[in-house]
Ligand binder design. Structure first.
Ligand SMILES: *Cc1c(COP(=O)(O)O)cnc(C)c1O
Length: 235
């Protein structure tokens, strides 16, 4: 067994344990393997171990990998990094999901640029749940306006919400923050029948996120090992 295969098994076990702990079905939770900065060969190892959903943060790097791995048609690519308008076309053309929509301008571009032969791009609205001025995402009080606008766009499918909460060592305070995301998702679900996704939880906060109802956890280091570079070089 390769170490990536081994790590994937361990992460899947942790997801199952966290789900069972709060009475949820582990099948409801999708593991996104975050492969940023990691080479194509590492992704292929994960594919061989049965992993199908991958997350990338940088547009150019992500597109290079998608093209290099195009023969694996079962892979679902998730864009999870900050998105600038001048890069939206590449996301619209190559990814199945975008987790980081935080303004109407980006949503309009993604819808316009989504190729007609592809199904609608699945989008999540990124929420700035820990109220930090420097991070991306919108405040919860701006959610309904942006959701209303996105729901009318023909080539996007609004699927739910995403957040990257600030690190919090106290479990009960962490859960209180995550509950706000769960409540916002429940409200959104009432209005939009396609909404079914909460992208919340990374290596350190997976348990609290799953307890709050997360349906997608994004895990990088625990699968692929530490990132010793911040950029990717094609090989
Ligand atoms: C890098 C990243 C992850 C994965 O982080 P790890 O600490 O490597 O598990 C998850 N979500 C987002 C948005 C990221 O940028």
């Amino acid at each position: 067994m390769t170490s990536i295969e081994h790590n994937l098994q361990e992460v899947r076990q942790r997801i199952s344990a966290a789900a069972e702990h709060c009475g949820r079905n582990p099948q409801e939770i999708t593991l996104i393997a975050v492969s940023k900065t990691k080479p194509v060969s590492a992704i292929e190892e994960a594919i061989a171990a049965g992993q199908t959903a991958f997350g990338e943060n940088y547009v150019q790097e992500g597109v290079e990998k998608i093209q290099a791995l195009a023969r694996y048609s079962q892979i679902e690519w998730h864009f999870i990094g900050p998105l600038q308008s001048n890069k939206s076309r590449q996301v619209a053309e190559h990814f199945a999901w975008c987790h980081t929509v935080d303004r109407l301008r980006i949503a309009l571009r993604l819808s316009e640029q989504r190729p007609v032969h592809l199904p609608p791009l699945n989008v999540l609205i990124q929420i700035n749940i820990s109220d930090e001025k420097s991070k991306s995402g919108i405040m919860l009080d701006a959610l309904s306006e942006l959701a209303n606008a996105i729901a009318t766009l023909p080539n996007l499918r609004l699927r739910g919400l995403m957040a990257i909460p600030a690190p919090e060592s106290d479990y009960s305070r962490q859960c209180a923050v995550y509950q706000k995301m769960a409540d916002a998702l429940a409200e959104l679900k009432h209005q939009y029948p396609d909404v079914d996704t909460l992208s919340l939880g990374m290596s350190d906060d997976m348990t609290a996120a799953i307890a709050a109802g997360s349906t997608m956890v994004r895990i990088g280091t625990a699968i692929f090992g530490a990132r010793n570079t911040t950029t990717y070089t094609q090989q």
